[in-house]
Design a protein around this ligand. Sequence first.
Ligand code: 13P
Length: 249
Amino acid sequence: MRKIVIAGNWKMYKTQSEAKTFFSEFPAHLKTTASQAAIADQQILICVPYTNLAILQTILPAIGQANLSIGAQNVHWAENGAFTGEISAPMLLEMGIKYVIIGHSERRQFFGETDETVNKRLKAAQAHGITPILCVGESKQQRDANETESWIFSQLAADLIDVDQNNMIVAYEPIWAIGTGDTCASSEANRVIGLIRGKLTNPNVTIQYGGSVKADNIDEIMAQPEIDGVLVGGASLDPAGFARIVNYR
Ligand code: 13P
């Protein structure tokens, strides 16, 4: 069975004090009537800047929401070394971090991330028992040139070499839908995610959609049969708004 994962990606937003304020408000907005069964198959995840990880991990137990986790937004492939500005999997693991975003289009676009480095980061996360969320997706130019499928297939082929498909999540994030308010039609997201699933060897991989997900389109997105969750940027910054997304059912 495919697990539902509703994830936020805070990107480079929120200082520690802002993060603490978010978590002082967020739990009160979550549905308290959710049955244990519903909680068991739905993971709530918020991927925050590195500077917030430790403080939020100490706050989490007091919230008492067993299916709520904090994740990171990147991880280096080496255990340690002369890699200024990078963070390793053992560093995340020591803080109890179990999820990490890898290969987000902003990393690929602005920080020189390649399929080769994405592949190395995926394997390093998995080697330490951390579940990576692999992001793939096409640009507007690629979509207009009818290259969506071939581009995403080439990303998957290169990124997933020797990657264990039993411990990973994929996020389909069309670049043109990120932060633009221009959501990919849910039927089209469903179609592409179905194609992505067809390229995987494990049919039970959770595949999310990301790109301008909001409280007012979450129900439609989650009603799509191939879509197992969402990766939410801007709308994950507001506690009531993100809780509405989490509470979609
Ligand atoms: P927005 O939800 O702000 O469009 O961002 C999506 C995203 O990049 C999530 O990783």
